[in-house]
Design a protein around this ligand. Structure first.
Ligand SMILES: [Zn+2]
Length: 257
């Protein structure tokens, strides 16, 4: 049996039997791993507090025959606001599900790890995460090798002229003639929204977090990215439905009379 130290962010936890918990941990050193935290569902167990979703922990892991085992862990950063505020929790869960679905187990990806860590730091502080999340979604697609083509027609590669829309199945924008020829499903998108989206490849998340949020733009880009991501995921993303239902829900108007 081996033993290793790692630092990681808890993407997901699920119960195992009555007392244990399996954590999906995205580590800097080993990529995404699964490990069992023995006794982590018993109230006074030392692993209870350190195995909460989104916690950034330092851990000592035993490699087992079937499942690795989390032996010791301590919190580096708890990211408590991501569990305490419903909207932030919904965004963080969505990001975690993206990594859970798209990253294979045991594949080291320290760039994505550092990007997630930086993203969660911004998410914890930003008043309205909508555009920060669009940037996170787009950049993550790029890291994963699914970068949408936003600067030319994905069919004929022509960068000049106007585009008919974004074709999720083709992975990018289509010009009018390619759109007509392909018959692909198109999402109409305004040129201004495309150039904003393109700028998100370079924008620092911290700078973006300081800017006012344009909800119409966020929704337009959300429709495009969600459709694209959903198609690539090839399975229903539960956290996305939850996030969308939360964003659609409006509190009843206060009675001002
Ligand atoms: Zn074309």
């Amino acid at each position: 049996m081996g033993l290793y130290h790692c630092e990681g962010i808890i993407l997901r936890t699920r119960g195992l039997g009555e007392a244990d918990r399996i954590v999906t941990l995205f580590t800097k050193e080993k990529g995404k791993i699964e490990a069992v935290a023995r006794g982590a569902r018993r109230p006074r167990n030392r692993l209870v507090g350190v195995t909460q979703q989104f916690s950034y922990i330092k851990a000592l892991v035993f490699t087992g025959k079937n499942l690795d085992q989390l032996s010791q862990a301590e919190i580096i950063k708890s990211f408590a606001p991501l569990r305490d505020e419903l909207l932030k929790m919904a965004y963080a869960t969505w990001w975690a599900e993206l990594l859970d679905v798209f990253l294979p187990l045991n594949e080291v990806n320290s760039d994505v790890f550092l990007f997630l860590l930086a993203g969660l730091v911004v998410l914890e502080r930003v008043p309205d995460p909508m555009l920060v999340s669009r940037a996170f979604e787009l950049r993550l697609l790029k890291y994963l090798g699914y970068e949408p083509v936003l600067d030319r027609c994905v069919g004929c590669q022509n960068a000049a002229g106007s585009f008919a829309g974004f074709a999720p199945s083709e992975g990018g924008l289509l010009c009018r003639s390619c759109a007509g020829a392909s018959g692909a499903q198109l999402i109409p998108v305004r040129p201004a929204a495309v150039s904003f989206l393109r700028s998100l490849y370079q924008t620092d998340l911290r700078d973006l977090a300081r800017r006012p949020v344009d909800p119409a733009l966020g929704n337009e880009l959300g429709h495009l990215l969600f459709t694209f991501i959903q198609l690539r995921a090839e399975k229903t993303l539960k956290s996305l439905s939850f996030l969308q239902s939360l964003l659609a829900w409006k509190p009843p108007e206060a009675d001002l009379n």
